[in-house]
Ligand binder design. Structure first.
Ligand SMILES: NC(=O)c1ccc[n+]([C@@H]2O[C@H](COP(=O)([O-])OP(=O)(O)OC[C@H]3O[C@@H](n4cnc5c(N)ncnc54)[C@H](OP(=O)(O)O)[C@@H]3O)[C@@H](O)[C@H]2O)c1
Length: 316
């Protein structure tokens, strides 16, 4: 199995991971409606069987439920995984002293002595990135995390975080950002260049645009819940050429699905995509993005059809 390095660390993972936001989250993903804890556990089993070892969760997902669901599984089956979670700088967490207790609470929910990657979930000015990175370095030195990452950091904040960690001899491993065929902002706003220059791996979140790039949602069949508000009928109409291109390329490749092609495109860009999967079927399909690569011509065709796409036309 092909692997990739997380930044300049000794962590190596399969070039496709999995995101755990939907496991336990009722508010956005409607956990309990159509899928449950057993489905989440089946998705984990299927994911591992496909050779995928990188799992991304966060303390905020399902208010801790996602970490608990993953933790139950890990305690019971003890598989070899590379586990990432995140610290959310809530507005009331104005002091960097809040980071270590939050990490310890995540470890308790996960039932682990340490995580592999601990990430700051998003910037929260006015707290400076240097303050969070000092606390991250303490967590690293205390052996509570094997690597440090950030998320939703722009180029300037990524550079500041990297410099602050470097002063403690710790590499900034990753920056987790929204990246899909329908959201290519980070290619243009300097984030991509900064990460490439600093050797920081980009983790692509929402790589199938919250289910839209599967092709199953159309103007007449919009996604349920919060996504119906976020992705308007007009938006669902405008993305159809991208879906058609995914279908065409997938068909020419002997029946790859739109999500598999969309995920493969993010892999071809050198990022580590972490699609969510609510059940074993979705996990199995997404894992089918592994083991092959789009040709340069196919990547170029997808680049072209998605380039005309202004990513800020959805509400989210
Ligand atoms: N750092 C951040 O700020 C941030 C933000 C967002 C996400 N993330 C991370 O990124 C991960 C993935 O992002 P995401 O969950 O937002 O979006 P995503 O991976 O683009 O889409 C996941 C959703 O698409 C649908 N789906 C997935 N595979 C499918 C398949 N093969 N066939 C049909 N439907 C399928 C499922 O929802 P339905 O079946 O309901 O359509 C699933 O919950 C998250 O779990 C989380 O770990 C991080």
């Amino acid at each position: 199995m092909e692997t990739m390095q997380l930044g300049r660390t000794d962590l190596r993972v399969a070039p496709l991971g999995v995101g755990a936001w939907a496991w336990g989250d009722k508010l956005f993903w409607q956990f309990g409606k159509g899928y449950d804890r057993q489905d989440a556990h089946a998705a984990i089993t299927t994911t591992l069987a496909a050779g995928i070892d990188f799992f991304d969760t966060a303390e905020v997902y399902g208010a801790g439920q996602s970490e608990k669901i993953l933790g139950e599984y890990l305690r019971e089956k003890n598989p070899r995984v590379v586990l990432a979670t995140k610290f959310l700088p809530y507005p009331w967490r104005w002091s960097s002293a809040t980071l270590l207790p939050a990490l310890r609470a995540s470890l308790a929910r996960l039932g682990l002595p340490r995580v592999d990657l601990y990430q700051v979930h998003q910037p929260l000015p006015p707290v400076a990135p240097e303050a969070w990175m000092a606390a991250m370095a303490d967590a690293f030195d205390a052996g509570l995390t094997r690597a440090v990452g950030v998320s939703n950091y722009n180029a300037a904040w990524t550079r500041r975080a990297q410099r602050a960690l470097q002063a403690r001899n710790i590499p900034l491993a990753t920056n987790q950002v929204h990246y899909s065929l329908l959201n290519r902002k980070m290619e243009r706003d300097g984030t991509w260049e900064a990460c490439a220059e600093l050797g920081v791996t980009i983790i692509a979140y929402s790589p199938i645009e919250m289910g839209l790039l599967t092709g199953k949602y159309t103007p007449d069949n919009p996604p349920p819940g919060v996504r119906a508000w976020r992705y308007t009928r007009e938006y669902l109409t405008r993305i159809q050429p991208v879906i058609a291109c995914l279908r065409e390329i997938g068909a020419a490749r002997g029946g790859k699905t739109p999500s598999q092609v969309a995920l493969n495109w993010t892999m071809c860009k050198g990022t580590l995509p972490i699609p969510g999967a609510k059940n074993a079927r979705q996990a199995q399909e997404n894992a089918g993005a592994l083991g092959w690569r789009l040709s340069a011509a196919e990547v170029a065709a997808l680049d072209a059809v998605s380039a005309t796409f202004a990513e800020k036309k959805s509400r989210g």
